[in-house]
Structures are given as structure tokens and as C-alpha cells.
Write a protein that binds this ligand. Structure first.
Ligand code: PLP
Length: 190
């Protein structure tokens, strides 16, 4: 039986992440003995700090391996709200405005699922990180890309954003610094 036919059209329409498929290819070539410089997933070139590893080990030893509140540990949400206030001048209520997720991919997916109605447009600068299109399309939205150019250091402009806005625009994704260009907008541009 061909089980792929049981998978929804929604999921079948998705394209595989180019980063992950290149990553698999690099791993296979390295295993076959090829000397490859891997520029796929952005792994840091340092190990997880010892204090983090020790913290996780201690927590497991102390039995902290049960279900947590759905929004995440209260103490962690309080610390996140305190960090946002002190370092980013963003005031949030840790009870109702902070959710802990296993990565930003998860958080972005929740945000798109919560904000996008069928056919809503999401604006993003191009080039953009691979997973945004799949996330927006899964949520029923339409990704509308705004080109940026090497001769302008890949900076997105307010003019280009204004021109791209339509009656269906619901979300602007502004990644700063951007991946993959590394472009950092200055305060005036922001
Ligand atoms: C722009 C951008 N958004 C989201 C992600 C996903 O982040 P995470 O690994 O925390 O899910 C990445 C990862 O490289 C990224 O570069």
C-alpha cells in the first residue's frame, strides 16, 4: 500500500528544507571520506557550556522530568520577562505574554497559525531563511517576497515594504540580522 496517499495534500505540497537535505548530503559525503567544508546548518563552533550541561544533569538527577505548565516553567517565564525589560525595553506579562518553545521555529509556527487566515499575505525580505515559506503555507497564508540586492548590502527599505503592502497583508517578517545575508539594519532604517 502506498501510505504517502494517506498524507494530507497540505503536507504533501511542502518542499523539503534545502538546508537539511544539503546537511544530509554533507554527512553522507564526509562518511564516505570526502573532505567537505559544511556551510549548511548554523552550528556554533563551541560546545554547550559546562554549566548548562551540569544544570541539565542535576535537574534530571533531582527528578525534574515530569510535565510542566503548557506555557513553560513559571520561574523561566519570569526570568525571560525580566531580561526583556532590562535589556530590550520590552514590557511583557510573564503570565499571559510569554510562552516557552523548543526553538524559534516552533514559536514562529505558533505565531503564523495564530495570525494568518486563509489567503492572508506575509511579507518577507528575499533572500530569506528556508522554513518561512513552508510555515506560512501550512498556516494557509501566501508568502510575498520583497527582493533585496547585493549592491544595497541586501537592506530592505521602508519604501519597498510600503509598495508590497496590499489589503491582504497581515504580517511582516523582519529578521535582523538577516539569515542568510547577515545584513544588520541600522537604527534609522528600522
Ligand atoms: C532566521 C531564522 N529563523 C528561525 C530559525 C530557527 O531557529 P530554531 O533552531 O531556534 O528553531 C533559524 C535557524 O537557523 C533562522 O536562521
Amino acid at each position: 500500500m502506498d501510505f504517502s496517499q494517506k498524507i494530507t495534500a497540505r503536507v504533501r505540497a511542502l518542499h523539503e528544507s534545502a538546508t537539511l537535505s544539503f546537511g544530509d548530503r554533507v554527512r553522507a559525503l564526509k562518511k564516505a571520506g570526502r573532505d567537505i567544508i559544511d556551510l549548511t546548518a548554523g552550528e556554533p563552533d563551541f560546545d554547550v557550556p559546562v554549566s548548562f550541561r551540569q544544570g541539565v544533569t542535576n535537574a534530571m538527577a533531582q527528578g525534574h522530568s515530569k510535565y510542566l505548565p503548557g506555557r513553560g516553567l513559571k520561574e523561566l517565564r519570569d526570568d525571560i520577562a525580566a531580561k526583556l525589560a532590562a535589556e530590550n525595553n520590552i514590557m511583557v506579562d510573564p503570565e499571559s505574554q510569554v510562552i516557552v518553545t523548543p526553538g524559534s521555529k516552533q514559536a514562529l509556527f505558533y505565531a503564523f497559525m495564530s495570525l494568518i487566515e486563509h489567503g492572508d499575505e506575509v511579507l518577507i525580505q528575499d533572500p530569506y531563511w528556508v522554513s518561512y515559506r513552508a510555515m506560512v503555507e501550512l498556516a494557509g497564508g501566501v508568502l510575498k517576497t520583497i527582493p533585496t540586492f547585493e549592491k544595497e548590502q541586501f537592506k530592505i527599505t521602508a519604501r519597498a515594504i510600503k509598495d508590497a503592502i496590499s489589503v491582504r497583508t497581515k504580517v511582516l517578517v523582519l529578521v535582523n540580522p538577516n539569515n542568510p545575508t547577515g545584513t544588520l539594519l541600522d537604527r534609522d532604517d528600522l
